[in-house]
Design a protein around this ligand. Structure first.
Ligand code: NAG
Ligand code: NAG
Ligand code: NAG
Ligand code: NAG
Length: 727
């Protein structure tokens, strides 16, 4: 999670080229399908030709020539700023006093119109005013600006005097590294470790907030690694060396160099890249499943209209990239049996991501990253790798962002959208034959996934929003990439007299994977059949029968509607289980139940740090797993708007303590997905993906099973491919 980031912009272009996707398997024979013959697989189908046009209409939007982006105009009130709008904003800023001499943009994105304006808008209506919200650190001050693109001027400009700074920029990172590289004492430290300057890789992670010493200045804590003989420098830390840099004064505040006795771990076995000649000689025993891919003989069932509106099965929603949240889903609506589109969620996105490391050492204590607010999940997103990050029939969307200089740039293939058939069952029933019924019913489950991946320094986060035809939305986060590791003198735990002193696991010789957590807080502005909703906890409580039944005890569901924010701060408990419903008190099902959705947590973890530990104060949104607040345009980022070195005065924890009314109001549900991570050897040198998810699931929203009408799949619906020998 953490460290550098924007450096990727240079790499992106290289990654995203050259893989062509072809849709007919007669044209694109997968290799080695049949080990006895070299005959390419043949697919026959009499249905897919008709609908190839649909493919084309989707893929035509996936053109990466700049014309496509240069010509783009916004078509929906929530559409992200276009290339030409960003160019216009830049020229407005260049004519505006504090920016005349130098522009320095931390974030520049659409200032979304008020919710009621968006809800009232219909296709064909003029768009509400297009505005940009900009955060910038310039001449020693934090500037918050609102620019009206149509009016061609700055319409709001505040200088922030509170705690916290805007997201660090690539210029800040470069400055910090330059300052470090040109320092004599640092030079000496590096030489003393026996590291050649050509092999030195330093990263500029954020510093958290730890009291008065570091207040009033912007700080970066540079850490260094040896990249000799490996691209995986993260596994070769120069332990104990941390250089604290004042980015604005361009000077070093402190060099901590405590680890001179700790060897730099060896390069051997750290490279994880695939090479065709000899991948991992000592792992030749690895048996790979054959390459595989799904076919969609009748074409995909979704369309992407006007670049951002996804229509699939019974769902329609708006999707866009965001510099900070990565990916935002808006106005998700599902069609009821009568054809009416019913609103489920106004807006959902990853609001903050907190990653505290569990090591109090001088060179480790500050590692408590807030990846969305400090680095940006969009700013650190990388182009998805076709065929491997997403299936070959996926549709890709580019990101359009503003650089530090305010100029627009394109991040190709940032988001992919695809239908998924993972062999799962949507519903089924077979009847016992002796009862006289011959019933065998089953429906395959096909879902729609929108995906992006952020590489926040060493860690990779994969975000999936998955939509099901039965109304369920599953939000999944996958973690992969590299551990943040600590150097140690030890090569084997038998050499360690007291392993209890270790703050992690020995994952390779001289390498400790330090224990840490990941918390991803989602902002879920639920609008179940409209904006005014309530939140209820449906608690299962044990009742005693007092001898009136052979049963001694049973469970009863007790429903309690939350009146204020206090009632909706939820800590999950296995032995005091509840469901958590967001419902519309004025919209009833046929049977009179209020229509609702419940949030279904799973595999979650809670932060166990002291509430007054500085990182925990800043990440107070992890004090509970569920919160509900009244919708408020200023309460968007769970860790605050300005997160770098913030003291935690603008967090979800602070907002919620106002204890406002939340009953029958436009409310926002917050859910924090957590991971405790005790590293293990399998996490070295790159981690197999670990995932967790939560669900938003209809409760009495539909009058009955909404996929009763789903059709089974018949053999005639599918092409017959003859190459697979197992067919
Ligand atoms: C500036 O501050 C005023 C008053 O505090 C507020 O209404 C306005 O939204 C702020 N503008 C920006 C761009 O933050
Ligand atoms: C640090 O050492 C490198 C390599 O020996 C040298 O090129 C560079 O000039 C030195 N920098 C300083 C500030 O001494
Ligand atoms: C929501 O409730 C507020 C009062 O709390 C009311 O003013 C508003 O009209 C309601 N909105 C809708 C869409 O019913
Ligand atoms: C909206 O949020 C801001 C920032 O937390 C707060 O100052 C303001 O009081 C909130 N408005 C309401 C109506 O709660």
């Amino acid at each position: 999670m953490e460290v550098s980031s924007h450096i990727q912009l240079f790499i992106i272009v290289i990654i995203s080229t050259s893989i062509f996707i072809l849709f007919s398997c007669t044209k694109y024979p997968p290799q080695n399908l049949d080990c006895t013959t070299n005959t390419p697989p043949r697919c026959t189908t009499n249905t897919h030709r008709k609908t190839t046009l649909k493919y084309n209409s989707i893929y035509n939007t996936d053109v990466h020539n700049s014309n496509h982006h240069l010509m783009a105009t916004p078509l929906h009130p929530l559409d992200p700023l276009t290339v030409s709008e960003i160019n216009k904003i830049r020229s407005i800023l260049l004519a505006y006093e504090p920016f005349r001499s130098s522009i320095s943009i931390s974030t520049l994105s659409l200032d979304e119109p008020e919710k009621d304006q968006v809800l009232a808008w219909k296709p064909g209506d003029p768009l509400p005013p297009r505005r940009a919200f900009i955060t910038s650190f310039l001449h020693g001050q934090t500037h918050l600006l609102t620019v009206d693109v149509g009016l061609g001027r700055v319409i709001g400009h505040n200088v922030s005097v509170g705690s916290g700074y805007p997201m660090l920029t690539i210029n800040d990172f470069e400055t910090a590294l330059q300052v470090v590289y040109s320092d004599l004492e640092f030079n000496k430290s590096i030489l003393a470790r026996g590291v050649h300057f050509n092999d030195l890789t330093c990263v500029p992670p954020s510093s958290g907030w730890f009291g008065l010493d570091e207040e009033g200045k912007r700080i970066i804590k540079v850490q260094c690694f040896s990249s000799q003989d490996t691209p995986n420098f993260y596994m070769r830390p120069i332990e104990g060396l941390v250089v604290t840099v004042d980015v604005d004064k361009k000077k070093i505040i402190k060099i901590t160099d405590n680890g001179r006795g700790i060897p730099i771990p060896k390069a051997i076995n750290t490279d994880y890249r695939y090479t065709t000649n000899s991948p991992f000689p000592d792992m030749t025993a690895q048996v790979n499943p054959n390459p595989m891919s799904l076919e969609q003989p009748k074409g995909p069932s979704f369309t992407v209209e006007n670049g951002h509106i996804v229509k699939w099965a019974n769902w329609v929603f708006h999707i866009k990239h965001d510099i900070r949240a990565g990916m935002i889903i808006s106005q998700a609506m599902i069609r009821a049996e009568n054809g009416e589109y019913r609103s489920v969620m106004y807006k959902g996105f990853a609001s903050e991501l907190f990653v505290p490391y569990m090591d109090p050492d001088e060179s480790w204590y500050f590692k408590s990253y807030m990846d969305a607010g400090e680095f940006g999940l969009g700013a650190t997103a990388m182009s998805l790798l076709k065929l491997n990050d997403c299936p070959r029939y996926a549709h890709y969307m580019d990101g359009v962002f503003a650089g530090v200089d305010g100029k627009p740039f394109i991040l190709p293939n940032m988001i992919c959208i695809f239908e998924r058939y993972a062999g799962d069952i949507g519903w089924r029933h077979s009847e016992i034959p002796i009862l006289g019924f011959d019933i065998k019913e089953s429906r395959p489950k096909v879902t729609l996934v929108a995906r992006m991946a952020a590489s926040v320094g060493n860690y990779d986060y994969i975000f999936d929003w998955e939509f099901q035809t039965d109304g369920l939305i599953r939000v999944k986060v996958g973690l992969s990439g590299m551990l943040m590791v600590k150097g140690t003198p030890y090569e084997n735990i038998h050499d360690i007299s007291n392993t209890g002193d270790m703050t992690g696991t020995l994952v390779s010789e001289n390498v400790i994977g330090v224990v840490h957590d990941h918390f991803i807080s989602f902002h879920l502005d639920m609008d179940i059949d409209g904006a005014n909703n309530s939140f209820a906890e449906v608690n299962l409580v044990k009742e005693e029968t007092l001898g009136q039944s052979p049963r001694k005890s049973f469970l009863k569901a007790k429903r309690k509607v939350a009146k204020t924010e206090d009632d909706a701060r939820i800590k999950l408990k296995l032995y005091d289980p509840s469901e958590f419903h967001v419902f519309n008190p004025s919209r009833r099902s046929r049977l009179g139940n209020p229509t609702g959705y419940k949030i279904v947590p799973s595999g979650t973890a809670a932060s166990l740090l002291d509430h007054d530990d500085p990182p925990q104060i800043r990440a107070a949104f992890t004090n509970n797993q569920i919160w509900v607040t009244p919708q408020n345009k200023s309460e968007v980022w769970a860790g605050g708007l300005l997160v770098s070195q913030s003291k935690g005065v603008d967090t979800l924890g602070v907002w919620s303590s106002r204890n406002r009314d939340i009953e029958n109001k436009d409310i926002v549900l917050w859910y924090t997905l957590g991971f405790h991570h005790i590293p293990c050897q399998e996490d070295f040198p790159v981690m197999p993906t670990v995932s967790s998810s939560f669900e938003l699931k209809p409760v009495n929203f539909f009058d009955r099973n909404p996929i009763l009408g789903a059709k089974p799949t018949f053999r005639k619906d599918l092409p017959i491919c003859s190459a697979a020998s197992s067919y």
